[in-house]
Design a protein around this ligand. Structure first.
Ligand code: UD1
Ligand code: CA
Length: 457
């Protein structure tokens, strides 16, 4: 079982939102923590919520249980609120902080193992920090045993020099935790009930307290402000990027590439600089993404190229070219061997295999068949000022340049539409539709009217 403390306000974030719902690589801080606990087999997590608890509940929903801390009277007080879940339980509980998203399941697992093997009543994860300011310090006796934790604000000058800090992550024997919480007081600089004081109480009753010092201090970086948020973001991002590179994805410039959590990318795909692939996206093998592309919750096939484009909640098939400067809006489904060229916008439309939409086109609420050619400047006029209407274009159709298709309308299979037409009625199969006025040439008009455009000297 895990208890995650997430009731604090996080004043230093300077935010209207709960600190723990700020995101890194597409996932909230508190979810990073809950997931780390989950992936080392901890089945039950209790989240202590308070400040903006609506937001925390909204992102974790029914995955976890909640304990409410009405007033944020300190970390010890926060754990007390989870009492109903701990009461009567045997074994150990892991206490985590919602603002420490870099913790890995590996470290949690090792800590539990160490705690059990050494029969400790409490085990705290620590690290040596070059700059320990702001953190609680681990005070040890001459035999190197943990004596207590002293908060930065309560520390003496000598204690402030201690570099070993408290991560805020612990493993406790449940019974001894409950017993020691009952004895906490708030006689300290901040007037709070400190969870850290339970260690001294446990030792006083003859319990054993251990510490696991981890070598990678990054893992326990606590996020209190936006500077730390961006530092933690950098670390998580590079963990994700390295994972993809090790799985066979080429990143031309990792520093300018962002890939969210749970994105899948196939082998030999190359990602150019300035690309952002957001959570839930799947990209196939041998594809080229970027430069400067954003892919949001979309699926991209194999051998497909996405160049300087934005793709949102859409699907793109194999061997297809998108961009440069294309915009695929939600609900678009692009087939195989398709070309969606420059300044083309597609919204909630299906584009069949082998179809070409090469330049300057808008397609909205349409079904376009396979092997269709849409010329430059075709506009699907899907909105009549009141309703969005549907356009259907059959297989092998050819729609000339600068055509308006006034929806709802259908262009049947194998039909042609002449350039410059405004189509309001169905175009039958195998026919050519011309919907524009005929050209009139007025011979000699310019000289007759004296309208020659002679360049002045
Ligand atoms: C805490 C530790 C400190 C440690 C540091 C590591 C205490 C007294 N201090 O300090 O030793 O070095 O974490 O990051 O435990 N919270 C509640 N309710 C409260 C107070 C806090 O839920 O009443 C939650 C916060 O939302 C946060 C976590 O507990 O997720 C830590 O609280 P925070 O105020 O950030 O503690 P620190 O001062 O950083
Ligand atoms: Ca903190």
């Amino acid at each position: 079982m895990a208890v995650v403390l997430a009731a604090g306000e996080g004043k230093r974030m300077k935010s209207k939102n709960s600190k723990v719902v700020h995101k890194i690589c597409g996932k909230t801080l508190v979810e990073w923590v809950v997931d780390a606990a989950g992936s080392c087999g901890i089945k039950e997590s209790v989240i202590v919520v308070g400040h903006r608890q609506d937001q925390v509940r909204e992102c974790l929903k029914e995955r976890v249980s909640y304990a409410v801390q009405e007033k944020q009277l300190g970390t010890g007080h926060a754990v007390m609120q989870a009492g109903e879940y701990l009461e009567g339980k045997e074994g150990h509980v892991i206490i985590l902080c919602g603002d420490t998203p870099l913790i890995t399941s590996d470290t949690i697992e090792k800590t539990i193992k160490y705690h059990i093997e050494n029969k400790y009543s409490a085990t705290v994860i620590t690290a040596d920090f070059e700059n320990p300011a702001g953190y609680g310090r681990i005070v040890r006796d001459e035999n190197n045993n943990v004596l207590k934790i002293v908060e930065d604000k309560d520390a003496s000058v000598e204690e402030k020099c201690i570099k070993e800090i408290n991560s805020g992550i612990y493993c406790f024997n449940i019974k001894e935790l409950i017993r020691s919480l009952k004895e906490l007081n708030n006689n300290n600089v901040q007037g709070e009930y400190y969870l850290t004081d339970t260690l001294e109480i446990i030792l006083g009753k003859g319990g054993k307290v251990g510490a696991v010092k981890i070598s990678d201090p990054d893992e326990i970086l606590g996020i209190n402000d936006r500077v730390q948020l961006s530092r933690a973001g950098e670390i998580i991002r590079s963990r994700i990027l390295e994972m993809h590179m090790k799985a066979g994805v080429t990143l031309i410039d990792p520093k300018s590439t962002c890939i969210d959590h749970s994105v899948k990318i196939g082998m030999d795909t190359v990602i150019y600089p300035g690309s952002y692939i957001e959570a839930g996206s799947i990209i196939g093998e041998d594809s080229i993404i970027g430069p400067n592309s954003r892919i949001v919750r979309s699926t991209i096939g194999n051998g497909t190229e996405i160049n300087n484009s934005v793709i949102i909640e859409s699907t793109v098939g194999d061997n297809t070219h998108i961009g440069p400067f294309a915009y695929l809006r939600p609900g678009s489904k692009i087939g195989n061997n398709v070309k969606i060229g420059d300044f083309v916008e597609v919204k909630k439309s299906i584009i069949g295999d082998d179809t070409k939409v090469s330049h300057l086109t808008y397609i909205g609420d349409a079904e376009v068949g396979s092997n269709v050619n849409l010329g430059c400047g075709v506009v699907v006029v899907n909105y009549d000022g009141k309703n969005k209407n549907k356009t259907v274009i059959g297989d092998n159709a050819f729609v000339g340049c600068n055509v308006n298709l006034i929806s709802p309308v259908t262009v049947k299979d194998n039909a042609y539409v002449a350039a410059g037409s405004t189509i309001t009625e169905e175009v039958p199969e195998n026919s050519l539709a011309i919907a524009r006025s005929r050209q009139v040439n007025k011979e000699g008009w310019v000289t007759k009217k004296g309208m020659q455009r002679v360049k002045k000297k």
